[in-house]
Design a protein around this ligand. Structure first.
Ligand SMILES: Cc1cc2nc3c(=O)[nH]c(=O)nc-3n(C[C@H](O)[C@H](O)[C@H](O)COP(=O)(O)OP(=O)(O)OC[C@H]3O[C@@H](n4cnc5c(N)ncnc54)[C@H](O)[C@@H]3O)c2cc1C
Ligand code: SF4
Ligand code: SF4
Ligand code: SF4
Length: 368
């Protein structure tokens, strides 16, 4: 039976750990808690004597291929970028949600819709806890859900006094441990494609507390980025701005730095390798291929969200919220918008898969 000791060798040592937190969340929620997340975000043994060698952490790790085929079958995955039942460009009807959201606020609007109808008791989201820092968060009220909207960074002048552990990453699966403690039965999960992938692997094995996750909301993901002091300084030079002027940061086809004076500085993602998390270079899922619904800003006009429907459940949620909590873009104004948006998602998805394959090849060559 392979255990976390094998994950150290096969995943962590080659630098492939996505830091999704799945191994820690499972072991903490169900077993005696042999694992913990270190201050650097990496999982590690907290007490190796508590490991009962169940092997589940190994099987659910998204970097391990043991459950690849079963996971694909579970969600009816098909090439080139997962199951697609439909798509939309939409936004929240609530101006308050839109004002706080990353793009059109559709993720937050759908969470509120599900919460108001009693379909979920809680949502695992990610909340800003300081400049360039987010933490997984179990949102138990409307206010909690709204407070977690967006992808903004506060750029307080005091930023230079803080440590360099700033990142766009938030190991949201760790919120599963709280789900198990409460215990909750109807929860929505919002996260990056790697996190959704881990949850689906748990579902394949039928391990709790993944059974409580009723809705999987995936975010498109070009990668996660470190915003340490050096990286921030280099970005200022690349984009010709200072952080004191920044109002919001967003990722689409470029890193978009929104300034307080309404100007936007766009930095191409291919110039950001210096701040991309190493493990993200090996990841080929851009479009949240294992989710019920996936969301991104790419292809949508400013203030709108591109949505991919991937399961009948996702389709039902969107249909139920339409005209109430979300509104669809008027395609008659621009009939080419939707096909163009999907073409862009496919282009970025293929680019990411190609790049990940190249990185894997290089790693294999090194190992020989
Ligand atoms: C790390 C990262 C990379 C991304 N890369 C791209 C990209 O390359 N191209 C693209 O088109 N879109 C990308 N997105 C998605 C995009 O930024 C928006 O999240 C998406 O369009 C939904 O917008 P919205 O206004 O509907 O969401 P909102 O209503 O603003 O809700 C966003 C939800 O995401 C959660 N969230 C925010 N940050 C994180 C995080 N770090 N980890 C987990 N959950 C989080 C919030 O808690 C909230 O529930 C990325 C998102 C993240 C977090
Ligand atoms: S108890 Fe199971 S899940 Fe926890 S570290 Fe050991 S093998 Fe992994
Ligand atoms: S399950 Fe996630 S956090 Fe754990 S080793 Fe695998 S990638 Fe890393
Ligand atoms: S690129 Fe995104 S989905 Fe892939 S490992 Fe990094 S954070 Fe996870």
């Amino acid at each position: 039976m392979k255990t976390f000791a094998d994950l150290i060798q096969e995943v962590q040592e080659p630098g492939l750990c996505h830091q999704c937190g799945g191994c820690v969340a499972f072991c903490t929620a169900i077993n005696y808690g042999a694992l913990e997340l270190g201050a650097d975000g990496r999982p590690r043994f907290s007490n190796i004597e508590k490991c009962i060698e169940c092997g589940i952490c190994y099987s659910i790790c998204p970097v391990i291929h043991e459950l690849d085929e079963d996971t694909k079958k579970l969600v009816f995955w098909s090439a080139p970028m997962g199951r697609i039942m439909g798509n939309a460009v939409a936004r929240a009807t609530s101006p308050k949600v839109r004002a706080q959201a990353t793009d059109g606020g559709v993720v937050t609007a759908l969470l509120l819709h599900l919460f108001d109808r009693g379909r979920i008791e809680a949502a695992i989201v990610s909340k800003t806890t300081g400049p360039f820092q987010r933490q997984p968060w179990l949102a138990l009220s409307r206010e909690d859900i709204v407070a977690a909207a967006g992808f903004h960074f506060d750029t307080l002048p005091s930023i230079k006094h803080l440590s360099d552990a700033y990142t766009t990453y938030s190991p949201s699966i760790v919120g599963l441990s709280d789900v198990a403690k409460k215990p909750l039965k109807r929860v929505a999960f919002v996260g990056t494609p790697c996190q959704i992938n881990t949850l689906r692997r748990m579902e394949v094995l039928g391990v709790v507390p993944s059974d409580a996750i009723r809705f999987h909301f995936g975010l498109f993901c070009a990668g996660n980025f470190q915003f340490g002091p050096e990286q921030r300084q280099r970005l200022e030079q690349l984009g010709n701005f200072t952080w004191a002027e920044v109002n919001k940061v967003n990722l689409k086809e470029e890193l978009l730095i929104h300034l307080n004076n309404q100007e936007i500085r766009a930095i191409p993602l291919n110039q950001l390798d210096f701040m991309k998390r190493h493990a993200c270079q090996f990841c080929g899922d851009y479009a949240g291929e294992f989710a019920d619904l996936s969301f991104g800003g790419i292809g949508a006009p400013e203030g709108w969200t591109t949505v991919i429907i991937r399961s009948p459940l996702g389709r039902a949620v969107l249909a139920d919220a339409r005209g109430v909590d979300i509104e669809l873009y008027n395609y008659r104004e621009d009939p080419a918008l939707m096909p163009q948006a999907m073409a862009k998602v496919l282009e970025w998805s293929e680019k990411k898969k190609r790049s990940a394959a190249e990185y894997h090849q290089q790693l294999e060559k090194k190992a020989v």
